[in-house]
Ligand binder design. Structure first.
Ligand SMILES: *Cc1c(COP(=O)(O)O)cnc(C)c1O
Length: 470
């Protein structure tokens, strides 16, 4: 395009005020107000001008087209980024999808706590100032058998706090096989450096013996640390001393033991045939002095780092300045408390905490869900796709029980008539996005992680997505 015609094109672009006073713009002004609309009009015009200058736009838009572009931009501006998503991946603790969904009693209290004032730091019996953590501390102690407890922002924060308070400038003895990196590039060795503690690794990647710890502990040692290797397993020629032995060795030398449990299971999932995850109370019983674990992994509550242990140590942690910086808000505490209360009755916990329910779902339950989903999907695709229910395996996820395979049922969609990739992409772009998987030329929906109440919504989302690609 010549310079002259480009100039001509630019001249055809209306000025901001002309757009604002146009009848097309009137409804936008009503809804969004003058300031926001004129700012957006100016942004849209600048964008178009740049496209014209770059030769990407050969024609000036009509007033109607311009106002439509402004409206699209305003709608996007008001759309919240965070949306509810249907998880059809079968990964129960899906970090990208927000890990643990909350139990409905936790959601109820969350809404109540969020929408008004609350007795966060007030003792209603005496009318005096109370402590923020008192409500959950008692409950955590009752459920784990610990003497005292503290809650911080997440388990990564808990590790940092414990190392800083207990071992700044001192040695921490840890097995080489436990110097793990967990998601979000959190490395035990680096957190240790950040905390000011001095790492003293013992043993080898696959084997560490009691005598390795015995030789390493000296007057400079402040802590023996054990890290649960949450997200991987070393199998074969391996050895680690059992927890009781580790505690005995450390205590004989007057050194406390800290265990980062990672997930922190409050009930014994082994009873349900799931995994080999030790429970939190087993660590307490073994005599471990300080234990930390996540609130939103197997426990199934909000993001939090729960620290439990002997009174004298928890007291010291509470006094550390970092604790104030890592403190949790009222919403976290309210939801955590409601979730913990469900654990008072194990059956209730399994039924009502979504993470536990999904992990322990019966085959009949999965079968009913899969049949309902499959029959809904068949009505959408008719002869354009083959929909069947097949066996599969789900994962726990969230860096928990990495080798555990949970037998599940998948709804598989196969088609030579349309692109499954295009459908999967369209499913992410509808009102309630659905995250499914593509494997070996099939679009797979693992029903384990779809709530029963979501099955019809899932079908509706697929229907819309399919309409958008047809
Ligand atoms: C997950 C995990 C953490 C971090 O917990 P967050 O609550 O995600 O911060 C720390 N240590 C271990 C062993 C873990 O598995």
């Amino acid at each position: 395009m010549s310079n002259e015609s480009r100039k001509q094109l630019l001249r055809n672009l209306p000025a901001v005020h002309r757009v604002i006073v146009s009848p097309e713009c009137e409804p936008l002004l009503q809804e969004y107000g003058h300031t926001l609309v004129s700012k957006t009009v100016s942004e849209v015009i600048t964008t178009i001008r740049n496209r014209m200058l770059a030769g990407e736009e050969q024609q000036a838009p009509t007033m109607e087209q311009l106002v439509e572009a402004v409206e699209r931009r305003l709608t996007l501006l008001y759309q919240t980024h965070y949306r509810r998503v249907i998880n059809a991946t079968g990964v129960v603790l899906h970090t990208n999808l927000g890990r643990a969904p909350l139990a409905s009693s936790a959601v109820d209290i969350l809404v109540k706590t969020a929408s008004g004032y609350t007795n966060l730091e007030l003792n209603l019996d005496t009318g005096e100032r109370g402590t923020r953590y008192a409500h959950v501390e008692d409950l955590i102690c009752r459920l784990t058998g610990a003497e005292a407890a503290l809650v911080v922002n997440n388990n990564a924060a808990a590790v940092l706090l414990v190392l800083r308070e207990m071992a700044k400038g001192k040695k921490v003895v840890i097995s080489r096989g436990q110097l793990v990196e967990i998601g979000g590039s959190f490395r035990v060795s680096e957190v240790m450096a950040e905390s000011g503690a001095i790492l003293h690794e013992v043993g080898t990647t696959n084997k560490t013996h009691g005598y390795d710890y015995e030789r390493a502990i000296d007057e400079e040692t402040a802590l023996v640390m054990k890290v649960h290797t949450s997200n991987f397993r070393i199998v074969g020629f391996t050895h680690q001393p059992i927890l009781e032995e580790l505690v005995r060795i450390a205590h004989e030398r007057n050194v406390p033991v800290y265990e980062d449990l990672g997930s922190g299971s409050l009930l014994d999932l082994r009873k349900y045939g799931i995994g080999d995850e030790p429970t939190v109370s087993e660590s307490v019983k073994a005599g471990v002095d300080i234990i930390s674990f996540s609130g939103d992994k197997l426990l199934g509550a909000t993001q939090a780092g729960i620290i439990i242990g002997k009174k004298e140590y928890i007291k010291r942690l509470k006094r550390n300045q970092l604790t104030r910086a890592l403190r949790v808000d009222k919403l976290t505490l309210a939801a955590l408390e409601a979730t913990l209360r469900l654990y008072l009755d194990e059956e209730k916990a399994i039924r009502e905490i979504p993470t536990l329910y999904m992990l322990t779902r019966s085959f009949e339950d999965l079968r009913e869900a899969a049949e309902e989903l499959a029959s809904g999907l068949r009505k959408i695709f008719h002869e354009l796709a083959n929909v069947s229910v097949v066996d599969g395996v789900s994962q726990v996820g969230g860096g928990s029980l990495p080798t555990e395979e949970l037998p599940t049922l998948l709804v598989a969609v196969k088609s030579s008539q349309f692109s499954l990739n295009a459908l999967a992409e369209a499913m992410r772009l509808v009102d309630i996005p659905v995250m499914a998987m593509i494997r070996k030329e099939a679009l797979l929906f693992d029903v384990r992680t779809i709530f029963r109440r979501e099955i019809q919504e899932c079908i509706e989302s697929v229907r819309r997505a399919f309409a958008n690609i047809c």
